[in-house]
Structure formats: C-alpha cells, structure tokens
Design a protein. Structure first.
Length: 217
C-alpha cells in the first residue's frame, strides 16, 4: 500500500510538471513574456507598487522549474531590444530602493514584509536556473546597453548590507539562492565576482551566528 502511494505521488508530480510546462509554453506563445518584461521596465515610481509586484509574481510562475525555451526568448529580447537597458536600470534601482528601506528602518521590518524584494530576487534567480550560461553572464554584463548594471555584485552587496537577524531571514535566504543560480554550472565569471567580493566574510558570519544559536539552544 505504501509502495503504491509513493508510486502514485511520483506519477502525479510528473504529470503536473508536464502540464505546467505545457501551460507555460502556451502563455509564452501568447507573448506573455514580452508583456511582463514591458510592464516591469515601464513601471514608474508614481505607479501602484502592486503592479510591479504582481508582474514579478506572474513571471515567477511562468519560469518556475526552469524553462529553456522561455529563457532563450528572454535572452534574445535582452540582446536585440533597445528597451532592455531600461529593464536592467529598473531592476537595479528597485533592488537598491528595497534594500535601502530595510536600512532606513534599522531593520525594524516585520518578517514577510519584504515581498517585492524577494520576488525580484526570485525572478533573477529563475532567469539563470538550469545553468543558463548566457543569462548568467548577462546578469553581470549587458552587451546591448550603453550603461552596464552588474546585478551579480549588486546582489552580493545587498546581502552584505543586511543584518543577520530573524526579520531578514527570508531576504538573506533568497539572496543566497539567487547567487547560487548566478554561479553554478559553472559560470566562472560570476564565481570569481562573488569570491573576490566580501561574500566569504559574510558567509563566515552567518555560520558563526548559526553556531551560536545551536550552542545556546
């Protein structure tokens, strides 16, 4: 009975993944990917923040699990569309603003109130998921832009600026997940960027905090 249960579970999971992938491709063919990219780069600070948040949320669902066909389309859009520089500028500015909010409030932000920041980092992670080398390197250096926005080092710097505390746990976790997908595969240029930053010092600090928690508990 137990054996049959696990067999059914894996069959259901496999069926769900196929169905989800089918829906992703259908939505992509209806130009949802390009619509979302435009909604993000064209979003203004005076617009309702929820528009940006839900655009990112839909993007997460569209890319969940990694989809090479959609990733290739995104990479093509980045490298051939003049608006792509505005997209990276929007991501760069928004990430800085959201991290700044945490710092301005002296980390007095309730856990779970950093949804926009986490969704943004999650989208960047999913761009690179599955070791998509072209998008991994493009997160660091945009060849189709006059101004380059190094999102790899920005993610590292954002992580390093966060106090290690319970309120920042979700943001720290997502930063680490995003950095993992930036670099694995491997992606040497992103790996060297991370290693040559102060990331390792911050990682040691995290381990020290974890050790203290275990010791005193």
């Amino acid at each position: 009975m137990k054996k049959n249960f696990w067999k059914f579970k894996y069959i259901f999971k496999f069926h769900f993944e196929i169905k989800h992938n089918f829906i992703e491709i259908k939505l992509h063919k209806l130009n949802l990917t390009q619509i979302l990219l435009k909604m993000i780069w064209s979003h203004k600070d005076t617009d309702d923040e929820r528009i940006l948040f839900y655009s990112l949320k839909v993007f997460v669902n569209l890319l969940k699990g990694g989809n090479s066909q959609i990733q290739e389309s995104i990479y093509e859009w980045f490298t051939t569309t003049t608006c792509s520089e505005r997209f990276f500028k929007k991501i760069f500015v928004t990430l800085n603003q959201e991290i700044g909010k945490l710092q301005d409030k002296n980390i007095n932000v309730k856990k779970g109130k950093n949804k926009l920041l986490i969704k943004l980092l999650r989208v960047l992670q999913l761009f690179c998921e599955g070791h998509h080398l072209h998008l991994q390197t493009y997160m660091k250096h945009q060849t189709n832009s006059k101004i380059n926005y190094d999102l790899v080092i920005l993610t590292v710097n954002s992580l390093e600026s966060l106090n290690i505390c319970n309120e920042n746990f979700d943001v720290i976790s997502q930063c680490l997940e995003t950095l993992t997908d930036y670099s694995q595969g491997p992606c040497p240029i992103n790996q060297m960027t991370i290693v040559n930053s102060k990331f390792l010092d911050y990682a040691v600090e995290i381990l020290n905090v974890y050790y203290l928690i275990l010791y005193f508990l």
